[in-house]
Design a protein around this ligand. Structure first.
Ligand SMILES: C[S@@+](CC[C@H](N)C(=O)[O-])C[C@H]1O[C@@H](n2cnc3c(N)ncnc32)[C@H](O)[C@@H]1O
Length: 204
């Protein structure tokens, strides 16, 4: 993600992380000194409370962050035109993505987005377990075409590794597998490129 953000000017821009979940991605960027102003939104009050606790405990204490419960479709868009929208692993579950991206275009000059690679084995396994999870299933080409339709061009795209935890049913096997695969990630072929990350910029 740092590579994909490399050429994006983040000093004057607000990074809008929506949906942010527990905010780990933003806090990770802050840890690496990327970005000065952040707005984090998620519909889950529980996740937002976790994000607020991370703000208090982490190295982000002195940064002025907005962390609010909000539907991503209601994120404020007025007053800023050159922001960075982090759309991480969420497009697949959002109900009205045409309206969402049209609305965010006023605000987001850049979109950094992570998507599941629907052709990967890990994704196929996941979707066989939870068939209704992806309400917007799109291939890589379909996704790029979707953003083009909404006035964004692709600047950068990379595959991302993921430990295929969906193969492990029980929570404890998952945790053990995660721990073991992480320890030996350089020598075990345990990871598959099952996500991809993209940087889009608004056509002016
Ligand atoms: C898979 S998580 C990804 C969260 C975060 N981007 C990350 O990578 O950790 C999807 C998130 O979308 C949130 N969500 C679902 N529908 C939403 C909506 N309409 N508006 C805002 N957040 C929503 C969920 O609460 C959840 O935290």
């Amino acid at each position: 993600m740092r590579d994909v953000l490399r050429d994006v000017p983040t000093d004057d821009a607000t990074i809008v992380d929506a949906p942010c979940g527990d905010g780990s991605i933003s806090f990770w960027l802050i840890k690496y000194g990327i970005g000065k102003q952040f707005e984090l939104y998620d519909i889950s009050e529980h996740s937002i409370n976790v994000a607020r606790r991370m703000h208090d405990w982490g190295g982000a204490k002195d940064l002025d962050l907005t962390i609010e419960v909000s539907d991503v479709h209601d994120v404020p868009v007025n007053g800023h035109a050159n922001d960075v929208w982090l759309l991480i692993n969420s497009l697949y579950l959002l109900p009205d993505i045409d309206r969402l991206v049209d609305r965010m275009r006023d605000r987001a000059k850049t979109i950094i987005a992570v998507f599941p690679n629907v052709a990967s084995k890990n994704y196929q396994k996941f979707i066989s377990q939870i068939p209704d999870m992806n309400i917007n299933e799109m291939s890589v080409d379909d996704t790029i075409a979707f953003f083009a339709k909404h006035g964004y061009k692709l600047d950068d795209k990379r595959d991302m590794d993921c430990i295929p935890l969906n193969y492990f049913k029980s929570k404890y096997t998952k945790l053990s597998a995660c721990y073991i695969l992480n320890l030996f990630e350089r020598v075990l072929p345990g990871k598959e490129k099952c996500y991809w990350i993209a940087r889009f910029s608004r056509e002016e």
